[in-house]
Write a protein of this length. Structure first.
Lengths: 142, 304
């Protein structure tokens, strides 16, 4: 009995389908989800979301959000979500550098600081998700 | 009366204008469809987020007294977020929604300040000397959620800081290609009953585990629901803008066709007039010549 997973953002539905296992960056630490998981409502941190379907694995970079696990239905409400192969590495890298640069002079406002750190974590997550993809790609003849 | 040549020039220029308005109409038509798709795209998130809110509220019980959900006993002032377009050439689109907002502010009875999304609304308010707290303009053709969150954050912040006690949205609802309606809707405090209104009530709730806790989830969820409402309003307004522009451009194209028709009529008249005049000239010339010849002949006969 597989898990039914839906990943939605404010703009679109990113993923919908049956999967065997999900790994998410939960607000209180990473969570691995298999079928017959207990019902959970949790926040998510920006990070890499991994999904296993059979022998295949897919990565998504998500920018925080919520997860709702109920029975074999898993709903992820993400602030942003991109499939690894959609990520523009150059842009993600530029965003990470920008966030790092800005953190060098930390803003006074606590909330701004928090937001900046979130931006940094998010761009790092995107790079991480994308790099997994590119390492796999290098195995292919170019 | 204008000469045939002047009229011909006029026809040519009107025809060029018609070509442009016709192209703009086609462009707007395709943009309406895209904006409508974008509105549709927000539905899954919105409904799931509302479901989540209902679950959290039902389970957390008394812990749901969140400031974003709480109506204030004393309301001293309000903000209106006025959503308009950046560009014109869309008929009465911007005027309609701005007037709706003004009427609302007049009847509200308490001081009202404005936050604007879109250049037209901002200019409108400036000209009338209204108080603008913040303005956002130049949204991309396909705005993402992030493009609108800056405005929403300002609203949430000022609401929580007590700079205003209520926040209203003024935007144009998209009903169909030919019908768009300006509406005013309360954004903050969020109407919890309304948000969860269309969801099945009661029944046993699953025994959820919360991580970290219901209060934290609510803290994260409510601002996002607010952002979504603003985002949807912006997308609706965008679809309405393009539909309004399409209709305006179709009217312009029709007017240009009418104008070309009547100008062509005058042109033909002027051309005929010209030919008639020339014929008259020639006829007059010949008859004058004949007359002169006759007179000359008569005179020579007289001399003989």
């Amino acid at each position: 009995m597989p898990l039914n997973l839906e990943i939605v953002t404010g703009e679109r539905e990113v993923f919908k389908g049956d999967v065997d296992m999900i790994n998410v960056p939960g607000g209180d630490g990473d969570m691995g989800i298999l079928p017959k998981h207990a019902p959970v409502l949790s926040t998510l941190k920006p990070g890499v979301l991994r999904v296993r379907i059979g022998n295949d694995q897919q990565e998504f970079a998500i920018g925080g959000g919520f997860i709702n696990i109920l029975g074999d239905h898993v709903i992820i409400l993400a602030d942003s979500a991109e499939r690894a192969d959609e990520i523009d590495i150059a842009r993600a890298e530029a965003a990470r550098l920008r966030a790092e640069e800005m953190l060098r002079n930390p803003p006074e406002n606590k909330e701004d600081l928090f937001r900046l750190e979130a931006a940094l974590r998010k761009s790092e997550a995107r790079l991480k998700a994308a790099s997994r993809r590119s390492t796999r790609r290098t195995e292919l003849p170019t | 009366m204008a000469t045939a040549r002047e009229i011909r020039r006029r026809i040519r220029s009107v025809r060029n204008i018609r070509q442009i308005t016709r192209a703009l109409e086609a462009v707007s038509a395709s943009k309406v469809r895209r904006a409508q798709d974008a509105v549709q795209g927000t539905r899954p998130y919105a409904s799931k987020a509302r479901q989540l809110l209902a679950d959290v509220a039902a389970l957390a019980g008394g812990e749901t007294r969140h400031p974003l959900l709480t109506r204030r006993d004393v309301v001293n002032s309000a903000y209106i977020l006025l959503i308009t377009s950046d560009r014109g050439l869309c008929g009465a689109f911007n005027t309609n929604v701005a007037r709706e907002a003004f009427d609302f502010a007049r009847d509200y009875g308490k001081p009202v300040s404005y936050v604007t999304i879109g250049r037209k609304g901002r200019d409108f308010l400036y000209r009338r000397g209204r108080k603008i707290v913040a303005e956002f303009a130049n949204l991309p053709a396909r705005p993402s959620l992030l493009d609108t969150t800056a405005a929403t954050r300002t609203l949430i912040q000022d609401f929580l800081d007590g700079k205003c006690d209520e926040v209203y949205l003024a935007y144009t609802e998209f009903r169909s290609m030919v019908s768009q309606r300006p509406v005013i809707r309360r954004l903050l405090p969020l109407a919890a009953e309304e948000l969860a209104g269309d969801l099945p009530k009661g029944g046993p709730r699953p025994a959820y585990e919360f991580e970290p806790g219901p209060a934290e989830i609510l803290d994260g969820l409510l601002p996002r629901l607010t952002e979504m409402q603003v985002y949807v309003a912006v997308l609706e307004s965008l679809a309405s803008e393009h539909a309004a522009r399409m209709v305006a451009m179709r009217n312009a194209t029709d007017s240009a066709s009418d104008l070309i028709f009547s100008l062509t009529l005058s042109y033909n008249k002027a051309r005929q007039q010209g030919i008639t005049n020339e014929l008259l000239d020639i006829a007059g010339g010949t008859s004058a010549l004949e007359q002169a010849l006759k007179e000359a002949a008569a005179a020579s006969r007289l001399r003989e």
